[in-house]
Design a protein around this ligand. Sequence first.
Ligand code: A5P
Length: 227
Amino acid sequence: MDMTAAKRTAGQVAAELVEDGMTVGLGTGSTAHWFILAIATRVRNGMTIRAVATSLSSERLAREHGIDISDLDARGIDLAVDGADQVDPDLRLIKGFGGALVREKVVAAAARRFVVVVDPSKVVDRLSGRVPLELLPFGVEATLAALAETGGVFSLRDGAGGEPLRSDNGNLLGDGRFGVIDDPEGLAELLDSNPGVIGHGMFLGMADSVLVGEPTGVRTMVAAGRG
Ligand code: A5P
């Protein structure tokens, strides 16, 4: 299946959820890209929105296509739309392969509705593998050593020229690597309890629905007890 077409379909269908006057959270990555472009078309055709970006790259893309970007303020967000790296049947997510996980989580948490857009390769039975992290530079070696007690294997990401890769917030980006994650909530709690961890890519209980782009259109996943 053509994954680019799947991402585009999911992004375009999500853009139809936006209503005039809304404050909209713009996600990051190759699927959110299509959402942003579809929103730009609607803005050109007269729709008025306030847009908040989850990364400098999405901000740049949005501005290039004529969408003004606002700060996230106390009014919050009506609808945030973002991609994901994994989605399980309970709509628990792993996000952040693109490194924007902290701003993405802040935007998702401020959103009255959080819709996730993915291609079918992201839908899994159980979360596993790589969990992105944003880490405080101060004491990062101690942080990594403490994190190893969770049972994962942790490393920093390399950026250009062999320097450690930094987020838009100036912190270090890293990843924990796990097998199947039997207890996502327990792991999230362990990661949250480490003071050197600014944020992690497990988004649990946050997504209201997931739009999966498929050859025939979009399949909507809704968590049990929601929607
Ligand atoms: C960015 O930091 C990520 O959380 C992305 O939302 C996620 O990696 C999905 O990206 P793609 O849509 O490019 O797969």
